[in-house]
Design a protein around this ligand. Structure first.
Ligand SMILES: [Zn+2]
Length: 434
């Protein structure tokens, strides 16, 4: 399977800037000369494949590897292609027209070698190559596995990193397991999994806390920014810190979602599932305001809920172990009573039926109904499992640091530990420790 691995770049800043500045120069020269030719030579539209020599003459010599050089030129033509494809549906789409002082540098497989666990990235003849130390899981791969390397700079974090595209040699084999696992995506518990006999709830409250933290801090910064003169030194500083905050929270979120999706796929393997059935929540945030379906607070929660990203991560991680992912319409799966079929609106984390008195965990009811719908075509044909296991996809900071942090009553009672495994259990909901 082809995967992109991101590792930090430890090159000196001057060197990374020099590389990406050179790529930017080639990109810009291509752009300028492309339009100049178009204007002056009776609308001749150059292309990198047909006009390789012409373009090379335009851009002049460079210290980059010949294929890195071509990659910078091709990027301009790729952007033209994208604009052309967008034009019919989007009248605002424009062909690339801005000069770039910096541009991501790309090494194709011809410029990459691996020697003793280090990657050698070639530059033009006569220039010393660049050496990159590889982490263990990449160092053992053969040279042929490395397809492409990019030096990517993030404006938000002000750091560069290597994006390494590798073919890891893993050929996904369809699994021999024939079971089925239903997943109910939730806003508090990102995923509730069940196969009818076992139920596991993946709990990760940090996901929502992270989004709320970002929203609050962004609002604070926004207020300060609004008071400044646009373009002033203070304004620039505040805008930069807002960008940095958003980049940091996004990185955290991505990390957590990868861990949650890994946990979901591990659960599916443990439950011997060949298929994962997921509730389709893609339109959950549509028209919530116009139809007055949700309050302002809940609208914010729903719009911050990264369900699409999670679904994407689960899908590709499941594909790597031969498990298929199906989407199913999840209408009424969390409202219908699994025992009698009556529709109730669940309150908090618990589901209680006003007709038959059934009581259960809300997310467990949702996932069981999804499973029932997929297997029988109807809701409420299966009862949820009585015992629910809670699983946290990673070790949490609050647990790791529990010995250092001040917890009310902790000094009197050294055995008091902040609850970890039972997060989300009924009754703990209002606990001030959270
Ligand atoms: Zn009922």
């Amino acid at each position: 399977m082809i995967r992109v691995q991101i590792i930090a770049c430890t090159l000196p800043v001057e060197q990374t800037r020099m590389l990406n500045r050179e790529s930017g120069r080639i990109y810009t020269a291509t752009l300028i000369n492309h339009y100049r030719t178009y204007r002056k030579a009776a609308h001749v539209w150059l292309s990198p494949l047909k006009h390789d020599r012409v373009l090379k003459a335009f851009c002049g010599p460079s210290f980059l590897h010949a294929h890195s050089y071509q990659a910078a030129q091709q990027d301009f033509y790729e952007a033209c292609k994208t604009a052309k494809a967008l034009k019919p549906s989007n009248p605002l789409a424009r062909y690339p027209h801005k000069r770039k002082f910096f541009h991501t540098t790309t090494w194709k497989n011809t410029g990459i070698k691996v020697v003793d666990g280090r990657m050698r990235l070639a530059l033009a003849r006569g220039h010393e190559p660049i050496w990159v130390a590889l982490p263990d899981h990449l160092a053992t791969l053969p040279v042929a596995a490395f397809r492409q390397v990019q030096l990517v700079y993030s404006h938000a974090t002000k750091r560069s990193c290597w994006h390494i595209t590798v073919e890891d040699g893993v050929v996904p084999q369809p699994t021999t397991d024939t079971g089925m696992m239903a997943v109910d995506l939730g806003e508090i518990h990102p995923a509730a999994c069940t196969n009818g006999a076992q139920a596991t709830i993946i709990a990760c409250r940090e996901l929502r806390a992270n989004a709320q933290h970002r929203n609050k801090k962004t609002a604070d910064l926004q207020e300060l920014i609004a008071r400044c003169q646009p373009g002033s030194r203070r304004w620039k500083k505040l805008v930069a810190s807002r960008k940095r905050l958003q980049a940091q929270t996004e990185t955290k979120q991505r990390d957590m979602l990868h861990k949650v999706s890994r946990a979901v796929v591990e659960e599916a393997t443990a439950m011997q599932a060949g298929t994962i059935v997921m509730g389709d929540v893609r339109d959950v945030a549509d028209n919530t305001k116009t139809e007055k379906r949700l309050s302002r607070e809940n609208r914010q929660k729903i719009s911050n809920w990264p369900h699409g990203q999670l679904r994407q991560y689960v899908t590709y991680k499941a594909a790597a172990v031969g498990i298929a992912v199906e989407l199913i319409n999840e209408a009424y799966t969390s409202k219908t009573c699994p025992a009698c079929g009556q529709r109730n609106k669940p309150k908090g984390r618990n589901y209680a039926c006003s007709q038959c008195g059934f009581v259960g965990h809300r997310d467990n009811v949702g996932s069981t109904n999804i499973l029932s719908k997929r297997m029988t075509g109807h809701l409420a044909r299966m009862l949820p499992c009585e015992t629910v296991t809670y699983r946290h996809p990673f070790r949490r900071a609050s647990v790791v640091r529990s010995d250092k942090r001040h917890v009310a009553g902790a000094s009197q009672n050294p055995h008091l530990v902040i609850p970890s495994a039972n997060d989300g259990l009924p009754g703990l909901e209002e606990s001030p420790a959270f």
